[in-house]
Design a protein around this ligand. Structure first.
Ligand code: F6P
Length: 327
């Protein structure tokens, strides 16, 4: 980062994810360690427009590494999608002397960052923070591991009652059009199947399941369903099964926002710490408009254009693993 860039703004935007606080801490402390000043921007891009910005010292990020959520709060901001809104945001940054921004969030956050960076020729570094793990160019996003563990614990509990009552459970998990949580959650919890959006457009997964003798040798079963219009959601699938197979005792559980909460796992804390540090290293190296990623446990820098444009592919081998292990 060249000499004149001395003040870094930091914000979290979009859906919160466990580990965002660890990332805020890492960015703030690495920046201060390297002689920069830091401004904490509240409520994402909304706070930028509304001038919800304060000085951040190292004490502002004390005792937060273990906390879920984000101390900077978060919001989804319509105004920032307009040129007028972005101009206001830019003016606030100028007023505060902010000359580089670190934005932590998911796809929407990076899309906003990219437009803004191009419009105002402004250096922005993105950190992928979303439980969905759906950003191209990084093996993992901050919050994913914690959410996956939460799902596993919930399904373990549901399994107790499913087994006792000999029921078929459809459990809906988050992922907004991505099956990472559903597929890996199903493997981790020993579920019978996962219904994911990546496959839904190709085949009727429910029909396939039933045709393949689903529940032949079992009295209870668990199916994880990714929330998505492509899968139809757990409720819809359960209704279909109830109508077509009245002998099945079917129940639905929608895990919902509890998947977004909780203290981050060690994995997420370490990932967030590494990514936060890497964001400042990127600025020091005069990089701009890149998302920090992790590939094969090495930090990588992914241009916004790629991270946003491409869909992250699901590992299809895992579908076979799940199928084989659920006999
Ligand atoms: O982006 C994370 C995510 O949890 C998605 O999986 C989900 O669809 C969405 O956020 C729900 O977010 P909200 O309730 O904040 O609108």
């Amino acid at each position: 980062m060249s000499e004149k860039k001395r003040c870094i703004g930091i914000l979290t935007s979009g859906g919160d994810a466990p580990g965002m606080n660890a990332a805020i801490r890492a960015v703030t402390r690495t920046a201060i360690y390297n002689g920069f000043s830091v401004k904490g921007i509240y409520r994402g891009y909304k706070g930028l427009i509304d001038n919800d910005i304060i000085d951040f010292k190292t004490q502002n990020v004390s005792n937060i590494i273990q906390m879920g959520g984000t101390i900077l709060k978060t919001a989804r901001c319509k105004e920032f999608t307009t040129p007028e809104g972005r101009k206001l945001a830019y003016e606030q940054m100028q007023r505060h002397g902010i000359d580089a921004l670190v934005a932590i969030g998911g796809d929407g956050t990076l899309t906003g960052a990219r437009v803004f960076a191009t419009e105002f020729n402004f250096p922005i570094i993105g950190i992928p923070g979303t439980i969905d793990n759906d950003l191209y160019g990084t093996d993992r996003t901050i919050g994913y591991d914690t959410a996956l563990n939460t799902i596993m614990e919930c399904v373990d509990k549901i399994r107790d009652t499913a087994t006792s009552h000999e029921r078929l459970f459809f459990i809906e998990v988050m992922g907004r059009d991505a099956g990472f949580l559903a597929l890996n959650g199903a493997i981790a919890a020993g579920a019978e199947a996962a219904i994911i959006p990546e496959i839904s457009t190709e085949v009727d997964q429910l029909e396939e399941l039933i045709n393949n003798g689903f529940r032949k040798s079992k009295n209870s079963s668990i199916v994880l369903v990714a929330e998505s219009p492509h899968t139809g959601g757990a409720m819809h699938l359960a209704e279909r099964v109830k109508a077509e197979y009245p002998k099945y005792d079917v129940r639905v559980s929608i895990l919902g926002h509890l998947q977004r909460g909780g203290s981050p796992t060690a994995e997420d804390r370490i990932l967030a710490s590494r990514m936060g540090e890497a964001a400042i290293s990127a600025l020091l190296d005069d990089q701009r408009n890149v998302m920090i990623g992790i590939r094969n446990n090495e930090i990588v820098y992914v241009p916004f254009s790629k991270a946003i444009k491409f869909d992250k592919p699901i590992n299809r081998d895992l579908l076979n693993t799940l199928k084989t292990l659920s006999i």
